[in-house]
Design a protein around this ligand. Sequence first.
Ligand code: A3P
Length: 317
Amino acid sequence: MSIEEMNELAPKKEVMFWNAHEIRQIEGFWFYAYLMESVAAFRSDFQPKSDDILVTSFPKTGTTWLVALCHNILHRDDRVEDDVLTRMNPHELVPTLDVFFLTDQVQDLVLNSDRSNRLLQTHLPYTCLPEAVRNSGCKIVHVTRNPKDTLVSMWHFFNKIVKRDPDTDPFPLEGAVESFCSGVLPWGPFHEHVVGYWEESRKRPDEVLFLTYEDLCRDPKREVRKLASFLGKPFSSVSMDGGDDEEVEKVLWRSSLGRLRELEVNKNVVSDLTQISNSSYFRKGTVGDWKNYLTPQMAGRVDQLTQLKLQGTGLSL
Ligand code: A3P
């Protein structure tokens, strides 16, 4: 479908809470109107390779962490001085394809590279991925997160990047809950987004790996071993002496919130590509932070919706 046809058909909505931009609904999901051209170009022009690794996520579910983990697994033999993440924020190194597909950075540096195992990233729902990706056999790694923590993380993020002036009141949290629960938010609805990848991971476990932020926090070593094996770069198995546990720990440390946040590049640098401060991607990184923000009524509303939407899927979040 051409961009003109898509625009013609797409229902439109002003987003009052998340930001000032209009969003449009395509194939059941909402996208920023100003990104329609980029989304359409990604969907029609992207040429995947069978050894590509595509990180997929709903925003604020752990994308930055997963990108860093994949990068550090693939480059674990690099000396720490050569670690490109000390010079580049993960979102610059691996830009979101549906957002930045038409930029030189993506076209020249990411897509035209003849590297094997290109590391790529998108927030598109599974059913909206380019047809070519779904048939390419490339590896898809999806991360998701508890919906209430995702919502609270998103609320903080938008307050930081859209409101900008720290002296004004934050966007009302009620509006964020409403938006999240109605599904009318960029890349939403959240639950349908997650279920698409979950179901595909059950059908094609060798090609689609489904991870959660909570599992990564609970047992990071196990999850990193699982991820590395899935990417075809396994660590040696754990034996009496712990196998190559040190290597796993190195990957975890290089990818950690504590380390990345303290790098100069992630402090007060505004990215030329994303136009936002690299520091915006790093906040608390704790499980259950929603308890500090959502009222019992708000939490109950999200829980009820989650229960309803995940019923019968075998997934619980
Ligand atoms: P909080 O807002 O709960 O702190 P995304 O990367 O998809 O934008 O998700 C952002 C969330 O992941 C934020 O959560 C952020 O603090 C957390 N995060 C960012 N980098 C991380 C890392 N390296 N390890 C763990 N969590 C990380």
